[in-house]
Design a protein around this ligand. Structure first.
Ligand SMILES: Cc1cc2nc3c(=O)[nH]c(=O)nc-3n(C[C@H](O)[C@H](O)[C@H](O)COP(=O)(O)O)c2cc1C
Length: 190
């Protein structure tokens, strides 16, 4: 059995075209996200789509909240803000707050659908949560966990030097025997 091509092909690319995305495609991405499983089907995800628009205070505020290292994302025609709060999902003993887990599942479902649509997606934690929340009138209770830049593939030559280098870097992952086990946790994957 082969690996899913969307899993193999997805990379957090930075060379995004600023071409506007079709709303139907964006709707499919949202539909993909909400097909994710969640604890008790609580569906704790809240996803805000913000289009690149230099005249929109929301977009400008969101753009301003990104860290300088994420300046490449200012070309993205679409920024998706993924937010949740612990009370929106199961809160079980031993610190098991499932909202954050389930939000991640929704984000991954969206990224795989985007890959299928020929789009790049790039998740980012590099932003100021307070600036972002103010700019987007986000309810105080929500935690903005991730901003995902979405766009068609762009020209890597237009990237600044740092991001350009990352763009062509090989994918790097820990070995399975560092993160996976068999039977119990004393037995690393062989
Ligand atoms: C929660 C999260 C936050 C991330 N934050 C940033 C970020 O702020 N800026 C950035 O350039 N990449 C960010 N990344 C992208 C990762 O660096 C990237 O996914 C990782 O290096 C693995 O590369 P790959 O996605 O191409 O396989 C983030 C990824 C995740 C999942």
């Amino acid at each position: 059995m082969d690996m899913l091509p969307e899993l193999l092909g997805r990379r957090a690319r930075r060379a995004l075209s600023n071409e506007v995305l079709d709303k139907t495609v964006v709707s499919r991405l949202m539909e993909a996200a909400i097909l994710a499983p969640s604890c008790f089907n609580n569906q704790p995800w809240r996803i805000l789509a913000v289009e690149r628009n230099q005249e929109s205070p929301e977009y400008l505020g969101l753009a301003e909240s990104l860290t300088p290292g994420n300046a490449w994302a200012l070309e993205a025609p679409l920024l998706l803000v993924f937010a949740t709060a612990a009370h929106l999902d199961c809160r079980l003993d031993a610190g098991r707050d499932y909202a954050f887990f389930d939000l991640g599942q929704a984000a991954m479902a969206l990224q795989l659908q985007a890959q299928r649509e020929g789009l790049y997606t790039h998740p980012m934690a590099g932003f100021s949560p307070s600036k972002l929340k103010n700019a987007l009138k986000m309810p105080l209770e929500l935690v903005p966990l991730c901003v995902v830049a979405v766009g068609k593939p762009g020209d890597p030559e237009k990237l600044a030097e740092g991001p350009r280098k990352s763009e062509f870097s090989p994918r790097s992952r820990k070995a399975l025997n560092e993160v996976a086990f068999w039977g119990d946790f004393s037995n690393p994957w062989a």
